[in-house]
Design a protein around this ligand. Structure first.
Ligand SMILES: N[C@@H](CCC(=O)N[C@@H](CS)C(=O)NCC(=O)O)C(=O)O
Length: 221
């Protein structure tokens, strides 16, 4: 199996995939950097890989290319079932997938480069207004997580019971991404406890954006 991951240190969507790969003990043969800060995702070379011009993208054995982090996470779960990252029961699976989508479908898209660029370049938002925009959606997501994780509907050591699931992967990504905009997870104690537990796990810690090649020591916006 030859595995190629298109990645960038700052990408939260790729962070999710890196965590799943690490948890399942899969080591990509090649990591291709797509520098989002230089706009490399919009150049022809990467556009040919993913017409949506987004990372992550994953290519196994020459193709076809896999795109969209949730689809990639599900693919990894199906092809490498151990350790399982979804619970066995359908209701549990629905809860975990729902928790994933809070970040993947609803919050994260509000702060990606293409949206921030449109807000500033086309709609002429100034930097403080842009920051308010991003923080608003990050905060909404964290509040929703906090309620879900506090209400005794299945959380344990992790988001769903005592084993890591896809929900934890997405929550950690949400927390780290929010941190890039100075939205502090500590204001959400149930979520913060789980994120802290997750970040102590080696597979998750070493996937952290700031541990990737080319990453700065810290990020502010
Ligand atoms: N829903 C997609 C989102 C992918 C996405 O937005 N990736 C960001 C990096 S985290 C990206 O490539 N952004 C480039 C841009 O916005 O121009 C997924 O989960 O894979």
């Amino acid at each position: 199996m030859a595995l190629k991951l298109f990645s960038f240190w700052r990408s939260i969507a790729t962070f999710r995939v890196r965590i799943a790969l690490n948890l399942k003990g899969i080591v990509p043969d090649e990591i291709v950097e797509v520098d989002l800060l230089k706009g490399k995702q919009r150049e022809d070379a990467f556009r040919a890989v993913n017409p949506q011009m987004l990372i992550p993208a994953l290519v196994e054995d020459g193709g076809p290319v896999m795109f969209q982090s949730m689809a990639i996470l599900e693919y990894l779960e199906e092809t490498h079932p151990q350790p399982p990252l979804l619970p066995r029961d359908p209701k549990g699976r629905a809860r975990v997938r729902g928790l994933c989508q809070i970040a993947i479908s609803d919050a994260h898209p509000m702060s990606v480069p293409r949206v921030r660029n449109y807000l500033t370049q086309v709609l002429k938002l100034d930097p403080p207004a842009l920051l308010n925009w991003v923080r608003h959606w990050q905060t909404e997501a964290l509040q929703a997580y906090e309620t879900h994780l506090t209400n005794g509907s299945g959380s344990g050591r992790y988001c769903h019971g005592d084993a890591i699931t896809l929900a934890d992967i997405c929550l950690v990504g949400q927390a780290v991404g929010s941190g890039f905009f100075d939205v502090d997870i500590k204001a959400y104690p149930a979520a913060a406890r789980i994120v802290d537990t997750c970040l102590q796990h080696e597979a998750i810690a070493k996937a952290h954006p700031l541990k990737q090649p080319g990453a700065p020591a810290s990020v502010s916006h």
